[in-house]
Design a binder for this molecule. Structure first.
Ligand code: ASP
Ligand code: MG
Length: 435
């Protein structure tokens, strides 16, 4: 088999952890596999490097007349280019150290960074997109019997400048290399056991999901599940890469992220987890959104276009949108934005006069959004009914609802967010069996 293993920052956090990774690499290779490894920077290292750059530039004291120094620095130096030069070093360090540790264990290994990897990207520093992977170097190292340890998170552009793939980008390096090499599996080795039905810190009875489809994982990642960079999941889906999220600390199985038809098969195989009548894979809670209501606006063509056009131009992304039935050609429009964007949204909206009138705004930060995600939502209308029933039994008022093929979200008062999350987790059969 050709195996790709990605070790995250906590798995290479110190020399002991690196030795443990090396043991696992050697065991995998000795079992007869070809092994390509992708590593993140040692835990905290990327933040440390960015912190130094910020201390030098971003956080330089602002000068009332000339503005923050960052403006001047940016004019004469391509700051983002230097940032990539800087942060890419973190992954080079862990790659070289892991290769040495494998050698110390009697294995054969070589580390590759930046251009040596053959990963070409565009020139969008700090969030570059992969354009091409030429895998000759990796293949010839494999043929010579070496474990190839690749520095994650980085590539080079057409000019040979180092670029990085955005925070969490080593996941995308791993999946992209797995796709290019046709690896049999892409193992994401991390400090959690797999993907959970929800955040175990809020719901102690959350359990590990054995198998999850690409689309479900994309939804959960966009709702804040941090196990994988979203881009890596999109990449895996596009190229059909089988991703196995599992612990770097033990050999137990984690979560397989695979095409939907395989999910059913994998779930059915495990006696302990029978296929559920309604297939919900996870629930998620978000507290960082705010609700905006435009009260009593003229219900004529063009108003809603002007409002959301202006928000879009200001870079404010809108999540749920709800327009009430109109009375006497007037209506209310309610939507949610990230709490961090609420101020700019308000500023933009107070400057508008859609239909010739000023807008009356009501804003509310005290909301929580709970989402239910699963392939089963495609065909089961009863998911919504069941969720409303559960919330009603808890006396939780539903303020907004949105529905799609894979996800249903409700907005409730912030105070009831955790309660609603726990109740829905139980109602959809996600609780771990009690011990
Ligand atoms: N070290 C980089 C980061 O922290 C990339 C990664 O770990 O995936 O974002
Ligand atoms: Mg990560």
């Amino acid at each position: 088999m050709l195996v790709l293993q990605k070790y995250g920052g906590s798995s290479v956090a110190d020399l002991d952890r690196i030795r443990a990774c090396a043991d696992r690499c050697v065991a995998t290779a000795e079992a007869g596999n070809d092994l390509v490894v992708v590593v993140s920077a040692m835990k905290g290292e990327t933040n440390r490097l960015i912190g130094m750059a910020n201390a030098l530039v971003e956080h330089a004291p602002a000068d009332a007349d000339r503005g923050p120094y960052v403006t001047a620095a940016k004019r004469s130096v391509d700051h983002d280019r230097e940032l990539d030069q800087l942060v890419a070093t973190g992954e080079k360090v862990s790659a070289a150290l892991l290769a040495m540790a494998i050698g110390d264990r009697g294995g054969r290994a070589v580390s590759l960074a930046g251009h040596q990897l053959g990963m070409t990207t565009d020139r969008t520093f700090t969030r570059a997109k992969i354009t091409d992977i030429s895998e000759q170097r990796i293949r010839s190292e494999l043929e010579e019997g070496r474990v190839v340890v690749c520095a994650g998170f980085q590539g080079t552009d057409a000019r040979g400048d180092i670029t990085t793939l955005g925070r969490g980008g080593s996941d995308t390096s791993a999946v992209a290399l797995a796709a290019a090499l046709g690896a049999d599996v892409c193992e994401i080795l991390t400090d959690v056991d797999g993907v959970y039905t929800t955040d175990p810190r809020i719901v102690p009875r959350a359990r590990k999901v054995l198998a999850m489809s690409y689309d479900e994982m994309l939804e959960l990642a966009s709702l804040g599940a941090k196990v994988l960079q979203i881009r890596s999941v999109a990449f895996a889906k596009k190229y059909g890469v089988r991703v196995h999220v599992r612990s770097s600390l033990h050999e137990g199985p984690g979560t397989m992220i695979v095409p939907a038809d395989e999910v059913a098969r994998l779930r059915g195989q495990n006696g302990k987890q029978p296929m559920e009548a309604i297939e919900v894979s996870g629930v998620a809670l978000q507290r960082d959104e705010a609700k905006v209501t435009l009260v009593d606006v003229p219900d004529v063509p063009g108003v809603i276009a002007e409002v959301f056009g202006a928000l879009g131009s200001a870079g404010v992304s809108v999540d749920m949108i709800l327009q009430n039935a109109s009375r006497n050609d007037r209506t209310d429009i309610t939507f949610t934005v990230a709490e961090a964007d609420l101020e700019s949204a308000t500023t933009v909206l107070t400057g508008l006069r859609p239909g010739g009138e000023e807008l009356t705004l009501a804003t509310d930060r005290a909301i929580a959004k709970i989402s239910v995600v699963g392939l089963g939502l495609r065909s089961h209308a009863e998911v919504a009914a069941k969720a409303f029933g559960v919330l009603a039994a808890d006396n939780v008022n539903v303020q907004m609802v949105s529905n799609s093929e894979l996800k249903m979200s409700v907005v409730v008062h912030e105070r009831y967010g955790e309660l609603a999350l726990r109740s829905l987790h139980t109602a959809f059969g996600l609780d771990a069996p009690s011990r």
